[in-house]
Design a protein around this ligand. Structure first.
Ligand SMILES: NC(=O)c1ccc[n+]([C@@H]2O[C@H](COP(=O)([O-])OP(=O)(O)OC[C@H]3O[C@@H](n4cnc5c(N)ncnc54)[C@H](OP(=O)(O)O)[C@@H]3O)[C@@H](O)[C@H]2O)c1
Length: 427
């Protein structure tokens, strides 16, 4: 039976989860035997849920990466640069296969690392970097090579999905739900990477690059988070038959690949609208398959470690296949900026001072930019005499709705900036 020898750098949630899995490998369906030949983290003495005293300790992840005993270097440190990147580069240069869960590293440097890995004839695998325990990278890269993909979209940040689900279910504000999520460990102490949409953007860029054989250019990814979504948006959207979710997507357009993360409204019967709580989901649309949807736990020690293990198990028979599934004869597409002329219906919410003529001034401002109203819902004024108004527009261009929004914002009756969220009809 073949033995694969692992060097594991990073002994946090995922690293310890992986060690637990390796220790009970007899229960798993692995093609051979795994042996941990060394581990590395910041602090040797830190208390951990697994006993690491039986493994060789390395103060420096890069030294472990190059160790002659190591066949596969597993990077579970995190961060787009610094020790994670350096150790991965050193591992590849030393001819080691690499498995990582590090979306930031792959989103920012994936293409350069791919080049290095191909030069050195080694595998670089990152199933756990996107949607944790949901096996989507290899499904896209390998299983769906027979599909011409036109869109890949999904809910790729469990924290954001938990926040919007919980706000709507409990009627609590963004700040209240976030604070509770931090106490329960569902959100990081510093949630910025999640709520700003950046974490989902890293994952979306990786998926788009694989789905469309595109050179991954993270500078072209447009990113908006859930931190601007208010409870009133979710409540009014719900009354209009819509759910608002943070959606990450890659689209194939005539100009190239558009990749973005932003809140999106969708009818309650849309497949993504029904994914609640901390779950992740990825929906791949293409010809001739139609749509394929994968849903499951997008984070957590166990699910993420299981995805790392899935990659490791492939390395009993290395292939040195392009990590992004590209071959020399494939034509590479480019990431491009989102189309300003793109058309859709929009969920538009504004807060108006409760005074005569306010609503008329709103509809006039919209009409001045060719934005017409499909549905309108006005809430009664609160104690401060402010009345929220939600509108579902007819289909119009992004440019027109943005111009209308600026005009509405400047109205005397308008309080605060309007909320503008595209609606995905799910066709
Ligand atoms: N957690 C999840 O659910 C999840 C899901 C998908 C992907 N991921 C990805 O998996 C990776 C690891 O995540 P995690 O949640 O396990 O992180 P974590 O719990 O914060 O653990 C990070 C580990 O890296 C070590 N480390 C930090 N800086 C280091 C340095 N300069 N040199 C060597 N080791 C260093 C830490 O050492 P000490 O323990 O000594 O402090 C710790 O063991 C990240 O790329 C993350 O994005 C995580």
């Amino acid at each position: 039976m073949k033995t694969v020898k692992l060097g594991i750098a990073g002994l946090g949630h995922v690293g310890c989860g992986l060690i637990e899995l390796v220790e009970r490998q007899a229960e798993l369906r692995l093609p051979g035997k795994l042996e941990i030949v060394g581990v590395s983290a910041r602090s040797k003495s830190r208390n951990r849920p697994v006993d690491i005293s039986g493994y060789r300790w390395f103060d420096d992840a890069a030294t472990l990466a190059e160790d002659p005993e190591v066949d596969v270097f597993v990077e579970l440190v995190g961060g787009s640069d610094g020790p994670a990147k350096f150790a991965v580069e050193e591992a590849i240069k030393a001819g080691k296969h690499v498995v990582t869960a590090n979306k930031a590293l792959i989103a920012m440097h994936g293409q350069a690392l791919e080049k290095l890995a191909q030069e050195k004839d080694v595998d670089l695998m990152f199933e756990a970097a996107v949607a944790g325990g949901v096996p989507v990278v290899r499904v896209l890269r390998d299983s769906l090579t027979g599909v011409t993909i036109n869109r890949v979209s999904g809910i790729l940040n469990g924290t954001c999905n938990y926040l919007t689900t919980e706000m709507l279910d409990t009627g609590r504000s963004y700040d209240e739900v976030l604070e509770e999520a931090q106490k329960l460990g569902y959100a990081e102490a510093d949630p910025t990477l999640d709520v700003s949409g950046m974490d989902a953007a890293h994952k979306a860029a990786i998926l788009a690059s694989i789905a469309f054989t595109a050179d991954l250019d993270f500078s072209k990814v447009s990113v908006k988070g859930v931190d601007t979504v208010e409870l009133i948006d979710l409540v009014l959207a719900d009354r209009l038959g819509l759910r608002i979710k943070l959606i990450a997507e890659g689209l194939l357009t005539d100009a190239g690949v558009v990749c973005r993360v932003a809140p999106l409204a969708m009818p309650v019967e849309h497949p993504l609208a029904r994914v609640n709580g901390a779950l992740n989901t990825v929906r791949v649309e293409g010809d001739p398959v139609g749509a394929v949807t994968l849903t499951g736990p997008g984070a957590g020690a166990g699910p993420t470690a299981s995805a790392v293990m899935g990659d490791i198990s492939k390395l009993f028979t290395p292939t040195a296949r392009s990590p992004f599934g590209r071959a020399k004869h494939h034509e590479s597409r480019q990431f491009v900026d989102a189309e300003p002329a793109e058309r859709s219906a929009f969920f538009f919410r504004v807060k108006l001072a409760d005074r005569p003529g306010a609503l008329a001034s709103l509809t006039e401002a919209l009409a001045a930019h060719d934005v017409s109203v499909n549905k309108l819902l006005q809430e009664s004024a609160d104690d401060s005499d402010v009345s929220p108004v939600a509108i579902v527009t007819h289909v119009c261009s992004r440019g027109d709705i943005d111009a209308a929004s600026a005009r509405v914002s400047a109205l005397e009756a308008s309080v605060g900036a309007p909320q503008v969220i595209p609606i995905d009809a799910g066709n």
